[in-house]
Write a protein that binds this ligand. Structure first.
Ligand code: CUA
Length: 353
């Protein structure tokens, strides 16, 4: 090759590579990672991007050079020279891609196995997905329930995920992992958070009318703050079903019923007392007038509407959207607390309104 050709190819390659690098680096394509797993996944992504940029620069340089340099002259009607393959070139463009693809496979396999590796002292969190909420249970602390995923920084966490109705999917962009939650299966997800902060957690599987509202937060806390949060929740947690201890004090009782409401009802219903503004299902501030329309005592009506939502369907709202299984998924204590809370809150709301 002549020296001029080499200089031209190098220049074109640098320009093409520079443009591709700017496209890769300047816009923020990836959220800032907040877990070790995400950091490894981002490494694979950048590993592949760098290879792609190099190949793009090479191909673009040769192509642009050929288009310009070998452009046909206006009065040139000759056939091109007969070229019959080139063994050296063919070996080169087979061996290099083979090596690159193999390297990507090896790096990906290492990252996958490290991300799935079971660490010692893993914190297990039970995730329950149902239309249209996630509930997070902490078996380490008397199965404290939370509508928000709270995680300690630096500790390996394993999500044990179950769905009660249809397929959902858990996704926190900052953790870069997505896992389906499938009825009849337990799926798992490993996360080792390494950045304190509050991140969106959303359902990424179309799961029904309220899918777009099925979102909550993942909050990564300092380990000490996480421990004290868990202890505090443990104190306020509802007594396990069947325990013979007398009813919990009214103050912790009411905070518990709000959390049962937030975890199960708030994404679809409005209730001023719980600061809930969902609009998928009926406005629960109006329960008093709904009960009158259904000709039922308020408490019975609320209980029935939770356990068998099809018994009375408020006009203007579709039947069959509310989960049918709250009778099983809520403990007796939770159900009782929820009914009392709804009765009191709706009575207050109807006095105000
Ligand atoms: Cu659950 Cu979409």
């Amino acid at each position: 090759m002549r020296r001029g050709t080499i200089v031209a190819l190098l220049g074109l390659g640098l320009v093409a590579g520079g443009v591709a690098t700017a496209v890769a680096v300047v816009p923020t394509w990836l959220p800032e990672s907040a877990s070790r797993e995400a950091g490894r996944i981002h490494f694979v992504i950048w590993f592949v991007i760098v290879i792609c940029i190099a190949i793009f620069a090479l191909v673009a340089a040769v192509m642009i050079y050929a288009v310009v340099r070998f452009r046909v002259q206006e009065d040139d009607f000759e056939d091109g020279p007969p070229v019959h393959g080139h063994t050296g070139l063919e070996i080169t463009w087979t061996v290099i891609p083979f090596a690159l693809v193999t390297a990507i496979a090896i790096v990906s396999a290492i990252v996958l196995s490290r991300n799935d590796a079971q660490a010692r002292d893993t914190l297990r969190i039970n995730v329950t997905a149902q239309q249209f909420t996630f509930t997070f249970g902490y078996p380490e602390a008397k199965n404290v329930m939370s509508p928000v995923l709270r995680l300690p920084e630096g500790r390996s966490v394993e999500l044990y995920m179950r769905a009660l109705d249809v397929i959902h999917s858990v996704f926190v962009p900052e953790f870069s992992q997505k896992e389906d939650v499938v009825p009849g299966l337990v799926t798992t997800l490993h996360i080792t958070p390494d950045r304190v902060g509050t991140f969106p957690l959303e359902c990424t599987e179309l799961c029904g009318l309220g899918h777009s509202l099925m979102r909550t937060q993942a909050i990564v806390m300092k380990p000490a703050a996480f421990d004290s949060w868990l202890k505090q929740q443990e104190k306020g947690a509802p007594a396990p079903a069947g325990s013979s201890s007398s009813g919990s004090s009214s103050s912790s009782g009411s905070s518990t019923s709000v959390s049962v409401f937030s975890a199960n009802c708030a994404s679809c219903h409005t209730l001023t007392a719980a600061h809930a503004t969902g609009t998928i299902g009926p406005d629960l501030d109006k329960l008093v007038s709904y009960a009158q329309q259904a000709h039922k005592p308020l408490t019975d009506f609320v209980h029935e509407s939770i356990v068998s939502p099809g018994a009375y369907v408020e006009s203007g709202y579709p039947d069959g959207v509310m989960p049918q299984n709250f009778g099983e998924s809520l403990s007796k204590t939770q159900l009782g607390a929820l009914v009392t809370f709804l009765v009191q809150s709706s009575q207050q709301a109807s006095k105000k309104g």
